[in-house]
Design a protein around this ligand. Structure first.
Ligand SMILES: Nc1ncnc2c1ncn2[C@@H]1O[C@H](COP(=O)(O)OP(=O)(O)OP(=O)(O)O)[C@@H](O)[C@H]1O
Length: 235
């Protein structure tokens, strides 16, 4: 939950008094033009960056909170992987950080690799991976410890359409199991699949609602049209 959250860089306000309550178990999408503040907001929610004003609580904990880190899975926009390790070794490393070990770790690694379609590539060095494969491995890392809240910054950038479909199927399955998912996207048909979306423009949350409600409120046929009518640019 965010209450009046603000963040400036220098004299420049980047986020202005953002208040938002994301419900447990929902798939929430943040949509906004490039530079509107989506990544900044996500970093505040994870506790990586600190707000200048306002209050953020996640799963009942005031952010930042060390115990919270074990309950969150975060996939940043740039991949933080070890190129000199294989995909499986990367997952073993990150799994150990989340105190997974033994049979449980092996089971989670198998599950996460299958979810992102990398089972056949488990033994390959990450430095030989394509950009899309690295994105998929980053997603596997984020969901390895079965976090209650999954925060994904543009999870499907650089991923081909067929795999995007399968990743979305996995996200929806995780949501069915009760995982709360917060993601940013530029892709309108992805926004359409979220339970609710929040539109950000110039650091302000301009609208929040289900895709159907946002379309109905603006009389738009598509979410892209609703987004433009609500003052967003094509992103
Ligand atoms: N550490 C920083 N120092 C100064 N300015 C920053 C910093 N981080 C972000 N900004 C600025 O804040 C604004 C919002 O950036 P942010 O990355 O949150 O946008 P975004 O909506 O995630 O964009 P995109 O969709 O392109 O990823 C940009 O103008 C960016 O240049």
């Amino acid at each position: 939950m965010l209450e009046g959250v603000s963040r400036s860089f220098g004299n420049r306000p980047i986020l202005k008094e953002i208040s938002l309550r994301i419900r447990r178990g929902e798939l929430f999408g943040l949509l906004g033009p490039s530079g509107s503040g989506k990544t900044t907001l996500i970093k505040l929610i994870t506790g990586i960056d600190a707000a200048d004003g306002g209050r953020i609580t996640v799963l009942g904990n005031l952010v930042p909170s060390l115990p919270l880190l074990g309950k969150i899975g975060y996939m940043a926009q740039s991949d933080a992987l070890y190129g000199e390790l294989t995909a499986k070794e990367n997952l073993m490393f990150f799994g150990a950080m989340f105190e997974l070990r033994g049979a449980r770790l092996a089971e989670r690694i198998g599950d996460a690799l299958a979810t992102v379609g990398l089972t056949q590539d488990a033994g390959k060095l990450v430095s030989r991976f394509s950009g899309g494969m690295k994105r998929r491995l980053s997603l596997a890392v984020a969901l390895l410890h079965e976090p209650e809240l999954l925060i994904l910054d543009e999870p499907t950038v650089g991923i081909d359409p067929a795999l995007r479909v399968s990743i979305w199927a996995s996200l929806l399955a995780l949501r069915e199991r009760g995982t709360t998912i917060l993601l940013t996207t530029h892709v309108m048909d992805e926004a359409e699949r979220c339970d609710r979306i929040g539109l950000i423009r110039d650091g302000s949350l301009t609208a929040v609602g289900s895709p159907a409600a946002l379309k109905a409120n603006t009389g738009a046929a598509t979410i892209e049209e609703a987004f433009i009518r609500l003052g967003g640019d094509r992103s």
